[in-house]
Design a protein around this ligand. Structure first.
Ligand code: ARG
Length: 265
């Protein structure tokens, strides 16, 4: 009898322990070995304030608006997070070959990309600008006729530049290379999104940017491999961030006046 009681107690407390552990960790996504599953986010960390290498701390850590959103979502869902820094042009291939679970890179959900990857809801919007040396007076796409225009390889800006009549398009892997080409006079202008152009022109006072008139805004969304179940896990958290004010808080942190990205580019 005493023995039976002992066995029962051990059995019951074992059940209770399992129950308590699961109850404390409702959002833990476990991997096959029972640990937390780590998701791999691929990005092109040349895009302050979205994603850039933190040179101020010496840590070489990748930080930014996208990174904070990714951290928030993966934490909410109980995943670990690892970030891989690759060229923008390699991001969609990384999803297609399952080398990454998702991409956050200020990426615009275009129809063409939707053939190859799935996108979350849009979380932020931006406009295209022309970046040039101060006083160049390159204000419209028409003014780029006969000019050499630098853009990022694989970006929507590359697509836009190729449509400009008479423009000679030079595609480069990284935004910093584009800035160097412009400063050295090897290209006349760059096409770049407003929020990113703002940072680079602030830290390079010889450069200016002008928003391209009559062009609609383009949004950023999270990209996933086609058919990934993660999209339907991420979207509700994005919505929750929008309704709770968390998204506004991050917009203010990274795009506001005291953004850590101001001194980064
Ligand atoms: N929004 C543009 C696009 O989707 C440019 C994004 C560039 N992002 C980056 N991390 N360099 O094509």
């Amino acid at each position: 009898m005493k023995r039976l009681k002992f066995v029962l107690t051990v059995f019951l407390s074992a059940i209770l322990t399992v129950f308590a552990v699961t109850a404390c960790n409702p959002g833990t996504n476990t991997s096959s070995d029972g640990g937390t599953r780590t998701l791999i986010m691929a990005t092109s960390a040349d895009y302050p304030p979205y994603e850039f290498v933190d040179s101020s701390s010496g840590s070489q850590e990748i930080i930014g608006f996208d990174v904070d959103i990714a951290k928030y979502i993966t934490e909410k869902l109980g995943y670990g997070l690892r970030i891989d820094n690759i060229d923008f042009n390699g991001l969609i291939p990384a999803l297609q070959s399952q080398r990454a679970d998702f991409v956050m890179a200020g990426m615009t959900p275009t129809e063409e990309r939707k053939q190859n990857v799935d996108f979350s809801d849009i979380y932020y919007e931006a406009k295209n600008t022309i970046v040039a040396k101060q006083g160049s007076n390159l204000l419209t796409t028409d003014s780029l006729n006969g000019k050499t225009v630098g853009v990022q390889l694989g970006s929507i800006q590359e697509g836009a530049a190729k449509k400009i009549a008479g423009a000679n398009v030079k595609s480069l892997n990284r935004i910093n290379e584009m800035i160097q080409e412009l400063k050295a006079g090897r290209v006349d202008a760059l096409i770049m999104e407003d929020t990113v152009a703002q940072g680079y022109t602030a830290s390079n006072p010889d450069l200016e940017f002008n928003v391209i008139p009559n062009e609609g805004a383009a949004g950023s969304a999270i990209a996933f491999p086609k058919g990934s179940p993660l999209r339907d896990e991420f979207n509700p958290v994005l919505q929750e961030m929008k309704s709770s004010g968390k998204m506004d808080e991050l917009v203010e942190k990274w795009f506001g006046e005291n953004s850590p990205a101001r001194s980064a580019s």
